[in-house]
Design a protein. Structure first.
Length: 162
C-alpha cells in the first residue's frame, strides 16, 4: 500500500502505476501458488508412502513418483492446447482456471485414493500449462515495449521469491 501511495504522490502517470500494480499482483499470485505446490511436493511422497503403509489398497507405494510423471506428461500435452484455450478465454480467466487446477490437486490430499490422486495430478499438469500461458499473456497485455523487460523481471523475481 505504501508503494501505491508513493507512486501516486510522486506524480507517476496512473496508467504506469496500474501497470506496475498488475505486475506486482501477478508476481504475488505466482509466488503463492508455487509456494503451495512446492511445499506439497516436498512432503507428498512421504505422506503417500505413509498412507500406503497403513492401507496398502488405498494408494500405491510410490504414488508420488507416478503422480509427478502423470503431471508432467499432462503438462507436455496440454502445452499444445493451452494457447487455444487462452484465445477463447482471456488471460485473466486462463490464470484463474490454471489456479483452480492447482487447488483441485491440493484438495485431493484430504482423502487419498488412487483414482482421484492420479486424476488430480493430470489436472494439475493441465493447470501448469494454462497458468503459464495465462501468465505470459497477462504480463504482455499489461506492458509496453519499453516496460516489458522490467515487468517480466519484476513478476518473475516476486514469483520466485520463496
Amino acid at each position: 500500500m505504501v508503494v501505491l501511495k508513493t507512486l501516486f504522490s510522486v506524480g507517476m502517470a496512473s496508467s504506469n502505476a496500474l501497470e506496475l500494480l498488475c505486475i506486482v499482483l501477478l508476481g504475488l499470485g505466482q509466488m503463492c501458488i508455487m509456494t503451495g505446490y512446492d511445499t506439497q511436493s516436498f512432503v507428498a511422497e512421504s505422506v503417500l508412502h505413509s498412507v500406503n503403509g497403513r492401507e496398502p489398497t488405498r494408494i500405491d507405494a510410490f504414488a508420488g513418483y507416478y503422480g509427478q510423471a502423470a503431471c508432467f506428461g499432462a503438462f507436455m500435452i496440454a502445452c499444445i492446447f493451452a494457447p487455444s484455450v487462452l484465445s477463447v478465454l482471456s488471460p485473466k480467466w486462463t490464470l484463474f482456471l490454471g489456479s483452480v487446477c492447482y487447488t483441485v490437486y491440493q484438495m485431493g490430499f484430504l482423502y487419498l485414493n488412487n483414482y482421484y490422486y492420479y486424476t488430480s495430478c493430470a489436472v494439475m499438469g493441465v493447470g501448469f500449462a494454462l497458468f503459464y500461458a495465462g501468465h505470459g499473456a497477462y504480463l504482455t497485455s499489461h506492458s509496453t515495449r519499453k516496460s516489458i523487460e522490467q515487468n517480466s523481471a519484476l513478476a518473475w523475481s516476486i514469483g520466485c521469491l520463496w
